[in-house]
Design a protein around this ligand. Structure first.
Ligand code: SF4
Ligand code: SF4
Length: 170
């Protein structure tokens, strides 16, 4: 009896599968002629929450480092330091090695700003001939040098002031 039941189960599951397959014979084909014959840019058709490439809004980022600490595989490298540019920390550099990223979203969830300063955009055309191009630098190199210099100058100024205060005391 079990033998015939197995034959029946096999035949019915094959039939169910083929019903789905054959149903496509009667539907119009859907062909997406990417990238040059799209009615609208493909990015606009992607669903909410789609994880393309990580991006950072360096204007709203507070340099808190939560995202860097949350990343389980150390994709994120950033530095914040005091400068006279603004209250709080100034972002000196913010790099993400997108070649290592596994798109887990943990960094985005850890960001305290609303909306999150680190987020996934919808871009997906990231192919390159050099893996070094996959280290995304959100503060340009020239700007990194300027910001670092400002941080060093402020540090020196504080040290000089502390030395003067110490001398005055004794
Ligand atoms: S998505 Fe995940 S792996 Fe990628 S940078 Fe964020 S925490 Fe790291
Ligand atoms: S968690 Fe958000 S605010 Fe903090 S360093 Fe990362 S991106 Fe900037």
């Amino acid at each position: 009896m079990g033998y015939f039941k197995e034959i029946w189960n096999t035949a019915s599951s094959v039939f169910e599968g083929m019903v789905v397959t054959f149903s496509y014979l009667f539907k119009d084909p859907i062909t997406v002629q990417y990238p040059d014959r799209m009615e609208r840019p493909l990015e606009e058709t992607l669903p909410e929450g789609y994880r393309g490439t990580l991006s950072v809004d360096i204007e709203t980022c507070t340099s808190c480092g939560n995202c860097m600490r949350a990343c389980p595989i150390d994709c994120i490298d950033l530095k914040g330091a005091k400068t006279e540019r603004k209250k709080g920390l100034t972002l000196i550099y913010f790099n993400i090695n997108i070649a290592k990223c596994m798109y887990c979203n943990l960094c985005v969830e850890a960001c305290p700003t609303k909306p999150s300063s680190i987020f996934f955009n919808k871009s997906f055309e990231g192919s390159t001939s050099s893996v070094m191009d996959l280290v995304l630098k959100f503060v340009p190199d020239a700007e990194v040098r300027i910001r670092q210099q400002e941080a060093d100058e402020l540090e020196l100024k504080k040290q000089r002031e502390a030395a003067v205060a110490a001398e005055a005391q004794g």
